[in-house]
Design a protein around this ligand. Structure first.
Ligand SMILES: [Zn+2]
Length: 303
């Protein structure tokens, strides 16, 4: 079966059914970018606990369904506009960027393209340089072209290497410039909207598979945690060569995010078998009386 990576998915908002379906569809690894939560946080402690969840409980929960979980750390652009709070988050971030499984600084960039967003985007580019991590850029949904170009201009002003930056949420309007300037180009497949699987097929046909990365960005809104394998299937059906399909749904994400030194194919190729009898700090994914899923060698010993 083909292996997939979903390099942008907000798993804290998804169910265990999603995890089971993702694993069944061939998703072996996921990257969860730190983002906002649908409403603004009011205390720095909320960020602290959220960051701890990304490297802690959620990573464990994914492992209980046979999926390797990584994350990115950052202050998102929306919440950068609460300057007093943003300053506190910036003090907190250095404590988390070096944790196991943190593969980039992100998602950072512009939302409304305000002065505050610009300030904290720049500060986080400097942080990425300091700690030698790639950067995941969230491009704005309004004024996308201008915001995308500006994100790259500012990154270059700070001496960043485009080969270490994944510019996400591209569309037909931005892809050429992003690729021409040497960046990785992420595409989010939103169900029933602007950027669907069909359009993704056309983009890969037109631009080829180099430095193109497909993701679901699934979160608490209407989104599809199976967008990556579904798009891969459609690409095959539309005649895109298998090697190209694998590049945009697996290999390119691995190449880009493994620059962090925190992501390696062996993390899933040699992962321990699923064992839902495991606990993290005494907590399990099981609820009263459920039969744990235990796979692999442990299974064979019992038989
Ligand atoms: Zn996101």
């Amino acid at each position: 079966m083909s292996m997939y990576i979903d390099p942008h998915i907000h798993l804290v908002s998804r169910t265990t059914d999603d995890y089971e379906a993702m694993q069944k569809a061939g998703i072996v690894a996921t990257i969860e970018p730190a983002f906002w939560l649908g409403q603004p946080r009011t205390e720095v402690g909320s960020f602290k606990d959220y960051f701890s969840t990304l490297v802690g409980w959620e990573r464990f929960r994914a492992s209980q369904f046979g999926i390797v979980h990584y994350c990115t750390m950052g202050l998102n652009s929306k919440e950068a506009n609460n300057i007093a709070l943003a300053e506190q988050v910036m003090e907190l971030l250095p404590l988390y960027v070096g944790k196991e499984g943190v593969v980039a600084i992100g998602e950072i960039g512009y939302d409304d393209q305000t002065e505050a967003e610009d300030r904290f985007y720049r500060e986080q580019l400097e942080l990425a340089k300091e700690v030698d991590l790639p950067v995941l850029i969230h491009t704005p949904h309004r004024d996308k072209k201008k915001g995308t170009y500006r994100s790259m201009d500012v990154a270059e002003e700070h001496g960043m290497n485009p080969g270490w930056i994944i510019v996400d949420h591209n569309n037909e309007e931005t892809v050429k410039e992003v690729l021409d300037r040497g960046y990785w180009a992420g595409f989010t497949i939103y169900p029933h909207t602007k950027m669907g699987s069909e359009r993704m097929v056309e983009i890969v046909k037109q631009y080829g598979p180099e430095r193109i990365i497909v993701n679901s960005a699934a979160d608490w809104g209407i989104s599809d945690p199976l967008a990556v394998p579904k798009t891969a299937d459609l690409m095959r059906k539309m005649g895109i060569p298998e090697e190209h399909v694998q590049m945009v749904t697996y290999r390119n994400a691995l190449t880009a995010f493994s620059l962090s030194g925190q992501m390696d194919e062996n993390d899933w190729l040699q992962a321990p078998p699923i064992d839902q009898t495991k606990k993290m700090s005494g907590n399990s994914v099981l609820r009263g009386g459920q039969v744990p899923r235990v796979e692999g060698p442990a299974d064979r010993v019992e038989n």
